[in-house]
Design a protein around this ligand. Structure first.
Ligand SMILES: [Zn+2]
Length: 409
């Protein structure tokens, strides 16, 4: 058998006891077996973990890296939205492209092979962000599959012209439509409009939702109702839902069962949620994070994602998803192996399911999208923040990171 590349003795997350060889031809995986005999360039993985890549289900490329342009004193959500709204007026397409490229390249070298980026659409910024991100999608297809989610950060029904622009973005190739009911003067009407547009263009939905700590009411109820009414189960995601951090485990389990029945996925954004929530408290500041691993146990598809990088929503970020999983494990007080393993799944197979990504996973016939980690087990990879060493995207090497060398005396 003639091959382009043979990866020898790798360990897959789903079967860490068995070492396998993976044969690659024309950008695809053509064989997986304990020992493959073939004439081909080979790379010995020496028992290291090989995965189909990290999957970033929620990031904002268009507003990343603007920290120095924004005033941030209080560190609240309202301040972050207002300060980015003001900075956004001077965005140009070239500026958004350059910042987005920097962030995207950071994600690639941290082992991310698929990503959903939200992009703001409104009469102030128009389609500048959308156009810049569409170019990034095309220019970086050699390293990463990018889904573009168009959404109105500053409201829809209260912002004349926003809906027309959103529809234009859908006509011009938005993969997903997003919403942000908490900034709308008529949240339920926004939810209804978003479902309507999604049905018209046959695309999935990804809401920013219930982003505060008051559990006495939730927009989640309306999203569940509309998901059922539109029969859109399996195609709806809600991000943040920090209200779920303010309820007890029995109510959380009941909501989890409802979300699982409706087919609504949940994305938790640990860095942003931790940074913005509980700003009214001086002592015993709440963590403000939905317990994704508990929702997972109720059958909900859950993911952990980066959200913002170097802006007033999150003034940090290296785009490492393994770091995000580790951060979540810290905040959620996770230590058991099976829960750490769940954290690993929430940055790999589960966000792939959430994004309805085709052909994700290490299997014969799938694209050779493969990332090798300096680790031998998924739970340890999360606990020890395992470094990604190199990646292949459709069989072609997309980055290499050299291991550190210790210079003994
Ligand atoms: Zn977001």
């Amino acid at each position: 058998m003639a091959l382009d590349l043979l990866l020898r003795q790798g360990r897959r997350a789903e079967d860490k006891e068995t070492l396998v060889d993976i044969a690659i031809l024309d950008g695809r995986i053509v064989e997986i077996a304990e020992r493959i005999t073939a004439e081909a360039p080979a790379e010995d993985l020496d028992g290291r973990l090989v995965i189909a890549g990290f999957v970033e289900s929620h990031i904002h490329l268009d507003k990343s890296r603007i920290l120095e342009r924004c005033e941030s004193e209080r560190g609240t959500l309202e301040e972050a939205i207002a300060s980015v709204a003001s900075a956004k007026r001077s965005f140009t397409e070239a500026d958004i492209y350059a910042r987005g490229r920097h962030t995207l390249e950071q994600a690639i070298i941290h082992g991310t092979t698929s990503m959903r980026t939200h992009v703001e659409i409104d009469p102030r910024v128009g389609l500048k962000g959308f156009n810049a991100v569409l170019r990034l999608k095309r220019d970086y297809a050699w390293a990463i599959d990018l889904q573009v989610c168009a959404f109105p950060q500053e409201g829809l029904t209260n912002d004349p012209g926003a809906e027309e622009l959103l529809v234009q973005a859908c006509e011009q190739g938005a993969d997903v439509i997003g919403g942000c009911p908490y900034t709308d003067t008529d949240p339920h009407q926004q939810i209804a409009r978003i479902f309507d547009i999604a049905r018209r263009f046959d695309i999935d939905i990804d809401f920013h939702l219930d982003f505060d700590l008051n559990p006495t009411w939730m927009h989640l109820d309306e999203v569940c109702r509309q998901t059922d009414a539109y029969r859109w189960g399996g195609r709806v995601t809600v991000g943040h839902v920090t209200k779920l951090s303010a309820i007890d485990n029995s109510r959380l389990a009941a909501i989890g069962r409802r979300l699982a029945e409706c087919g609504i996925a949940v994305t938790v954004l640990p860095a942003t949620d931790l940074f913005l929530m509980g700003r009214d408290r001086e002592l015993l500041v709440p963590r403000g994070l939905a317990r994704a691993h508990r929702l997972l146990a109720a059958g909900v598809t859950c993911s952990l994602a980066t959200n913002n990088v170097l802006n007033p929503f999150t003034p940090f970020g290296d785009c490492s998803l393994i770091r995000m999983a580790n951060l979540y494990a810290n905040i959620a007080q996770i230590g058991r192996e099976r829960d750490l393993r769940a954290c690993f799944d929430m940055i790999t197979s589960l966000p792939a399911r959430l994004m309805n990504a085709a052909d994700y996973g290490i299997a014969v016939g799938h694209p050779a999208d493969l990332v090798v980690l300096e680790s031998r087990d998924p739970a340890s990879a999360v606990a020890e923040l395992a470094h990604p060493l190199f990646a292949l995207k459709r069989g072609r090497r997309s980055f290499t990171r050299t291991a550190a060398t210790l210079h003994r005396p």
